[in-house]
Design a protein around this ligand. Structure first.
Ligand SMILES: Nc1ncnc2c1ncn2[C@@H]1O[C@H](COP(=O)(O)OP(=O)(O)OP(=O)(O)O)[C@@H](O)[C@H]1O
Length: 278
């Protein structure tokens, strides 16, 4: 398949990202900016005055003990908390000029630009093909042939094409957990997002599938700005460029992954990354 066919939505080709898994320096551009962002569930404050920049085309790991607010932050970035009546927030969250918190912001369009992959693979009860085609059908006006090309492109990019190419019309639920998770990544990238949020994407997977997904995450950062929530310190150190450590709803430290793991500035970070708690 030619990547040129789908260039309008995806301007880097697989060839451009191949062999690119080298550590990268500081990104000069920012994907998401939070300023004095706080979030509550009713009276309970889950996030306190978070100010941070998520760099473009890098992987940022969110780490911290259970309940420190990592998922809450992701959920606010793509407006999942719209359905939680008691959730409210203050401060600002922006992607470029887009105010992620504004009522006027088109949430469907926002979720096209900010994809999310959850802890447990959650394919639709449809065929493999239809899982990936669903978003593009909703957001793009493309021919059947272009749609087929796009589905193949996304499945290749998510490193699952070879395993599913002969069963595209088979049920997604027939795939293994690791394959389902890569299918969900293909589904998330098929609409051409700018940001990919991953909430513990490997926690339900075996070690081999986990490594495959980590390699994939590291490669995908050529094209996407990625945030991964993980409890796995090795995973954060293997596949992220930057690491943010949260504790009790506060951002304690954000720095290069190397710095956070080898020379953390805060004692709490040091204790957490060295396994003393959490
Ligand atoms: N829908 C909700 N209603 C009320 N409280 C909530 C809700 N969702 C999360 N919380 C609370 O907000 C706090 C932060 O939760 P969150 O899921 O963001 O933490 P986390 O760091 O992602 O945890 P984990 O690592 O266990 O997934 C927790 O105390 C949690 O109980």
């Amino acid at each position: 398949m030619s990547d040129a066919a789908i260039k309008p939505q995806h301007d880097a080709t697989p060839a451009m990202i191949k062999g690119s898994s080298e550590p990268k320096g500081e990104s000069t551009e920012t994907a998401i900016t939070a300023k004095n962002f706080s979030a509550w569930y009713g009276d309970f404050q889950a996030l306190h005055d978070i100010t941070l920049e998520i760099p473009k085309n890098r992987v940022t790991a969110f780490i911290g003990p259970s309940g420190c607010g990592k998922s809450t932050f992701l959920r606010w970035i793509n407006r999942m908390n719209d359905t939680v009546a008691i959730a409210h927030a203050s401060g600002t969250l922006h992607m470029g000029d887009t105010d992620l918190l504004a009522a006027r912001t088109d949430v469907v369009d926002l979720r096209r630009k900010i994809g999310i992959v959850f802890q447990k693979p959650n394919p639709f009860p449809k065929t493999i093909f239809e899982n990936v085609a669903f978003g593009p059908r909703l957001h793009m006006r493309i021919s059947r042939r272009e749609l087929e090309e796009l589905v193949e492109w996304a499945l290749r990019k998510a490193a699952v094409w070879n395993e599913v190419k002969d069963r595209l019309n088979g049920p997604a639920f027939g795939l293994s957990g690791g394959q389902q998770q890569r299918l969900c990544i293909a589904r998330a990238i098929a609409t051409g997002p700018e940001v990919l949020l991953m909430d513990e994407p490997c926690s339900a997977l075996d070690p081999a599938s986990t490594l495959a997904i980590e390699d994939l995450i590291y490669e995908l950062r050529e094209q996407y700005s990625i945030v991964i929530v993980t409890h796995n310190m090795q995973q954060a150190s293997r596949c992220s460029d930057k690491t943010a450590f949260f504790f009790e709803g506060k951002l304690i430290e954000l720095g290069s992954t190397l710095q956070v793991f080898t020379k953390p500035t805060h004692k709490q970070t040091e204790d957490y990354v060295s396994g003393k708690f959490g």
